[in-house]
Design a binder for this molecule. Structure first.
Ligand code: NAD
Length: 422
């Protein structure tokens, strides 16, 4: 593999993704040809494009769209706007999307996109022009039958609406099925906004039952209080769990008595920070990961659990809401300590599952009620947890390797059945 193992200070995400793939591929005894096919992206598009800034000057931005696989269906994956986006990060995220869709058995391959931009430095009008131009640059390889983008870090329903409009203007008719995570008013799906958190909770419910824990009174710490983190906190509290610590980019709060999750969200929106919320003490993000708790949920960034802190983690179970929060070295340390890790490609797959429902509704032109969406999501997540857990038990491996083995074997089977062209 060509990917360098280390960038300065941070593991290269593509090297991590390939390493995780190889562990499961070896267990599955995949031959070298199949390993080569499945460990590389099918297409990598790099675009450099000018955008007119508000002061009348122009600036060239760089963006990526990577399709890792279209073997089981059209490619699917979000678009991320961040100053640190790199091709290797997008390649890793695209590969994880392939395994995620296969883990939950939805008929998609994996893709991801990104633009190197710090949205905090750009106006809304500049972000709209950037989005529309980027959409045109990647237009040759996206569409309802080939590659369906969605929101990711720093992109949202409005961004999706601009992309849908831009491509629809080019074609001359509305194409809602080319992108998911759209506003409800332009054929988004009910339930999509909370879907990742809801899916996470369905998986946690199954997992605690299976391993003999109890969600009632379970002490939970959550890093990241955005869409996934704050919705998971609220839903888990409704299930009787005690949320004892939460954090965001500015730091966190702790209370052994449990935090009022809805009040904390409101406080954060009003004050721009969690610190100072009634009845809580301030903690740092580093402290939150090491808090004495039953379940730890990283719901912010990649590579936060590393060999530097893994041996100090006290949780019994880690549920990966974020993509790639645990490095392979941390994985080994945590596994040796007996910590159960519910991996990202299972735990956070509720988002892409309801994106699939959104696409299916767009293509049918027929829309479902919210409780129908949630019931269908629950069925997918419950069944997927059981499939993954059974694979892990049967092969005497940890849950992550079980999920990878299940996902990779599903993609490999379709690759074999379709055969290699020509
Ligand atoms: P978001 O932007 O709504 O929230 C991100 C949260 O992380 C914010 O509270 C932010 O303050 C916090 N954060 C940022 N940098 C941090 C840092 N250095 N330390 C601690 N906290 C920090 O994003 P989201 O949609 O909730 O996504 C969170 C994670 O879940 C991401 O890894 C994303 O890829 C993953 N994910 C999201 C979805 C989805 O449907 N939204 C689906 C699958 C996976």
């Amino acid at each position: 593999m060509s990917a360098e193992k280390l960038q300065v200070g941070k593991p290269n995400p593509y090297a991590v993704a390939v390493e995780q793939f190889m562990i499961a591929a070896d267990k599955l005894n995949l031959d070298d040809g199949m390993k080569q096919i499945l460990s590389q992206p099918k297409r990598e598009l790099i675009v450099h494009f000018p955008v007119r800034l508000d002061d009348g000057s122009y600036r060239v931005f760089t963006g990526f769209r990577v399709q890792h696989s279209l073997t089981r269906g059209p490619a699917k994956g979000g678009i991320r706007y961040h100053q640190d986006v790199s091709l290797d990060e997008v390649k890793a995220l695209a590969m994880w999307m392939t395994w995620k869709c296969a883990t939950v058995g939805i008929p998609y391959g994996g893709a991801k996109g990104g633009v190197i931009v710090d949205p905090r430095e750009r106006s809304l009008a500049e972000m709209e022009r950037l989005t529309r131009r980027f959409a045109v640059e990647i237009a040759p390889i996206i569409g309802p039958e080939i590659d369906i983008p969605a929101p990711d870090v720093n992109t949202n329903a409005q961004t999706m609406a601009w992309i849908m409009d831009t491509i629809s203007m080019l074609k001359g008719y509305p194409i809602p099925g080319l992108i998911t995570g759209k506003p409800i008013a332009i054929e988004g799906s009910l339930g999509r906004n909370e879907a990742t958190a809801r899916g996470l909770v369905y998986v946690i419910r199954e997992a605690v039952k299976t391993v003999g824990m109890n969600l009632q009174g379970a002490r939970i710490a959550i890093q990241g209080y955005g869409n996934v983190g704050s919705n998971s906190a609220r839903l888990l509290q409704e299930d009787g769990a005690k949320i004892i610590a939460v954090s965001d980019v500015n730091g966190g709060i702790y209370s052994s008595n449990g935090i009022d999750t809805v009040g904390a969200l409101r406080y954060n929106q009003e004050h721009g920070r969690l610190a100072g919320f009634d009845g809580t003490d301030s903690i740092t993000n580093a402290e939150l990961l090491e808090v004495d708790c039953d379940i730890l949920i990283p719901a912010a960034l990649e590579s936060v659990l590393t060999r530097g802190n893994a041996d100090r983690v006290k949780a019994t179970m880690i549920v990966e809401a974020a993509n790639g929060p645990t490095t392979p070295e941390a994985d080994l340390i945590l596994h040796d300590k007996g910590v159960i890790i519910l991996p990202d490609i299972l735990a956070n797959a509720g988002g892409v599952t309801v994106s699939y429902f959104e696409w299916a509704q767009n293509i049918q032109g027929y829309y479902w009620a919210e409780d129908e969406v949630n019931q269908k999501l629950e069925r997918v997540m419950k069944r997927s947890f059981q499939d993954v857990y059974e694979t892990a038990e049967n092969n005497k491996v940890d849950v992550r390797t079980g999920a990878y083995m299940l996902a990779i074997s599903r993609v490999a089977e379709v690759t074999r059945l379709r055969g290699i062209f020509p």
